[in-house]
Design a protein around this ligand. Structure first.
Ligand code: SF4
Ligand code: SF4
Length: 220
């Protein structure tokens, strides 16, 4: 019989294998992203509960009370709170329904884990940070420059990351890492869903085939 702990360890191993596959893909790209470049480090980062567990485990070992303080200080600051997950979006798409309107502002920064222009949880940062890349250095008021096919592949990675945590939740980094407050779960955490269909446009399917095969192999 598989215990809850063994099950969680298995899920964490799957998550880390997905991160590794994505890192392999990123290594093939010519990107402007460098250590100390932090325009993208906003409070608008979303993640799954499994990703939050990976970060929490890291924080426990790191013994960084300053990071706990930063998280707590960010509790009442504006941030992006998603209303639909990536697989939830695929579900709506399959039903021909419109997704809910979400509010996000790139000025909602910095992320509470940004210390001296560096990510203090870099090794365990969520996928939303791993896929935030640009071919040119982002300016304060500018956007990242990213190819459409990479955006599509990143969406596929997000779908598999959510699928790996199908009994869990998705929410903002701050909401997911702060201790739960009564009533907060409902408004700030949304239930994950399994993959019903892959969100990959026809023009990107040939490039995505190899990655999807590798991702599928992580779910025997
Ligand atoms: S996405 Fe933009 S701001 Fe972030 S590290 Fe890359 S170039 Fe810098
Ligand atoms: S978790 Fe790290 S990489 Fe992600 S936004 Fe925060 S400081 Fe930046």
């Amino acid at each position: 019989m598989v215990t809850i702990n063994e099950n969680r360890l298995k899920k964490l191993a799957t998550l880390e294998a997905i991160y590794t596959l994505h890192a392999d893909l990123m290594q093939t790209l010519d990107l402007a992203c460098r250590a100390g470049c932090d325009v993208c480090c906003t409070r608008n980062v979303s993640l799954t509960s499994l990703e939050a567990v990976l970060i929490s485990n890291h924080l426990k070992k790191a013994d960084r009370p300053d990071l706990d303080d930063s998280l707590t200080a960010a509790k009442n600051l504006p941030r992006f709170q998603p209303l639909v997950t990536t697989n939830g979006l695929a579900h709506l798409c399959r039903l021909g329904k419109e997704p809910p309107e979400e509010t996000v502002n790139p000025d909602w920064r910095p992320c509470p884990f940004l210390v001296d222009h560096r990510c203090s949880i870099y090794a365990v940062r969520p996928f939303a940070c791993r896929c935030m890349v640009s071919k040119t250095v982002c300016q304060q008021d500018g956007q990242a420059e990213i190819d459409d096919h990479l955006l599509s592949l990143n969406t596929v990675f997000m779908q598999f990351i959510e699928h790996a945590d199908v009994s869990g939740y998705t929410g903002n980094l701050i909401d997911m890492l702060l201790p739960r407050t009564p009533g907060a779960e409902k408004s700030s955490r949304i239930s994950n869903r399994p993959i019903e269909m892959i969100l990959l446009p026809p023009e990107h399917q040939s490039r995505g085939h190899d990655i999807i095969t590798k991702l599928n192999a992580l779910f025997p």
